[in-house]
Design a protein around this ligand. Structure first.
Ligand SMILES: NC(=O)c1ccc[n+]([C@@H]2O[C@H](COP(=O)([O-])OP(=O)(O)OC[C@H]3O[C@@H](n4cnc5c(N)ncnc54)[C@H](OP(=O)(O)O)[C@@H]3O)[C@@H](O)[C@H]2O)c1
Length: 308
């Protein structure tokens, strides 16, 4: 998502290519994008960077969320004709003839999820995509979607700061044998400790619209990040590594997808896959979060979709 507009400002095409190449060199094989990231530019940059290095990569993209914050507000489109046109455009931008994992970015409240996933299933039959997944669904939407075609993944926000999937989605993934692709595993940067002295965000920064990143909520959550950071320091690992290792400890089905365009951060994040957190630290983390939960809603009211 951050290959065009990162949380910390615009990203150049060169920087995006370097980040993808660095990730490949570190052994990272799963790359997640969407047709809405940078209005298609995210897919274009990823496709260009993967040229000649596509083999062995699990390429994931998404369709169905047209814009997060346009003049018309949040725009979703789950109509079959949108899916069909969307995949052709994504294949072109990604410079590939097949997308490994094609995900429904958001369920369209105006279109039965069965119709959208039914259209996606025809793309599997035609060889344009290999596997299907969904993103940010309720357990009920997930069951309805999975009844149409097997789903290999559910993508949802999941981190030390956002554990909503533990209320039902994770159990449903377990039942289906589907991976839980954990997005924003670093709490959009907050869990790395690098936002400790920030007091607000520019209008252009998505986080300026998120309740959790403003005012008293932000101050509270910075304090929580500091407490978690102390646990990391005691283990001689970074705050971000604690956040990623914690996710990996939850279940073999949980796949964190941290976003980064920094060579050093990519290496640091990749190294988290070798960290086993001691049982007593996992208990301590639960105690910290139970005593002092994250403050503020994840999304503003107008971003919430019916049933989502
Ligand atoms: N399905 C959905 O609706 C949805 C929604 C949001 C995101 N996503 C997916 O999830 C991916 C990740 O989510 P995200 O980017 O929102 O949040 P994130 O991974 O929690 O945080 C990314 C931010 O953390 C910084 N960062 C990464 N590693 C760091 C480190 N070791 N130390 C300090 N800072 C570090 C990055 O900056 P640097 O570039 O400077 O490292 C970036 O600003 C996206 O790329 C996208 O593919 C999906």
């Amino acid at each position: 998502m951050g290959l065009v507009d990162g949380y910390f400002g615009a990203v150049s095409a060169d920087q995006a290519t370097r980040a993808v190449h660095r990730a490949l060199d570190l052994g990272i094989t799963l790359f997640d994008t969407a047709d809405s990231y940078g209005a298609g530019a995210g897919e274009e940059r990823l496709g260009a960077a993967l040229a000649g290095r596509r083999d062995g990569v699990l390429l994931a993209s998404k369709v169905g969320l047209v814009a997060n914050h346009s003049a018309a507000g949040r725009v979703v489109d789950g109509r079959p004709e949108h899916v069909r046109a969307g995949v052709e455009a994504s294949l072109g931008r990604l410079r590939t003839d097949v997308i490994d994992l094609y995900q429904l970015h958001r369920v369209d409240p105006q279109v039965p999820v069965e119709e959208t996933v039914g259209a996606m299933a025809t793309l599997v039959a035609e060889g344009k995509v290999r596997y299907l997944g969904v993103s940010e669904v309720t357990p009920q939407q997930l069951r309805r979607a999975a009844a149409v075609h097997p789903l290999v993944s559910v993508q949802s926000e999941y981190s030390l700061f956002e554990r909503g999937v533990e209320a039902g989605i994770l159990a449903e993934c377990d039942r289906l044998g589907a991976a839980l692709i954990a997005f924003a595993p670093l709490g959009k940067g907050l869990l790395t400790g690098r936002l400790q002295s920030v007091t607000g965000f520019a209008d252009s920064d998505l986080r300026s619209r998120l309740p959790r990143f403003g005012g008293d909520h932000l101050r509270h959550n910075q304090q929580l990040a500091a407490t978690l950071g102390e646990l990391a320091r005691a283990l001689d690992i970074t705050s971000g590594q604690l956040a990623l290792a914690w996710l990996l400890s939850r279940s073999a089905l949980v796949l964190p997808i941290p976003g980064s365009t920094s060579s050093d951060h990519l290496a640091e994040n990749a190294a988290a896959s070798d960290i086993d957190l001691p049982a007593e630290v996992l208990v301590r983390i639960d105690a910290v979060l139970a005593a002092d939960p994250v403050s503020g809603d994840r999304y503003p009211e107008d971003w919430r979709l019916p049933g989502g």
